[in-house]
Design a protein around this ligand. Sequence first.
Ligand code: ZN
Length: 296
Amino acid sequence: MRLASGRLDGREQLWWVTEQGLLRVGYVAALRGEENTEWTMERFLTDLDNALDLLQSWWHWAQESEVMTDRLPDETLAPVTQPGKILCVGLNYRPHARESHMEIPQYPVLFNKYSNAVVGSGRPVHPPAIAQQMDYEAELVVIMGRRAVNVAESDALRYVAGYCNGNDLSARDLQFRTSQWLLGKAADGFGPMGPYLVTPDEIPDPNQLEIVCRRNGVEVQHSNTRHMIFSCSHLISYISRYMTLEPGDVIFTGTPEGVIFGQQESERQWLKAGETVSVSIEGLGELTTPIGNWKE
Ligand code: ZN
């Protein structure tokens, strides 16, 4: 299943993404005579086992009954709009660590963003006035669906609700101003995600996916998630030894080579207003991020 979040009449709601377009879960719930027709990604994630079965069966029913779409979102949102945690993994592809002149990590390099960074596909990002070195990072994002405490690597993917594209937008001048990267990684809008969540039945192995980033339509990053140093399973298991992962928490799993920072200093052309960055990972659609004007 592919599930998208959006806002309709001021409320967050949930849609299936179909070949024919978007189909609102709450609409189908109403047709089915359900009492509670308020469906959000949060409701889906916090009751994943029941919700998966229910939404799968409604989905099949809607297809057989040829239910047509009713209303589309006024605004498309990131699949998860208020994640409790946004964990990010640095330097998780060897060629990217090399292009960044950093050591190959012995342990996952973890940092974080907050929910102010979350924006959906198509939403322009307005960098802070002082940021001069705006860069993109195409990344596979893991969306957690079950509480994970000290889980084994072999079991880790069972805790995943789905996957989506992510862009770990980074202001390099702010990132390297101090030893901690936070300032250059956590500005408003620096964590675009989307356009929708894809459930694991469609992604049996998250570490076998082509990952591509385009800048104004021109390919700038192209790798495969099999080249991660620490796999998705390893990352979930590792993190869950130290902190409880909750439904709705997300993990940005690191970017491959091809970022602007990896180029010779004289050749770096940092992102400017009016440019568009898109991330497309196999099976996950395309996340588009227009770079807007810098904040005043
Ligand atoms: Zn990153």
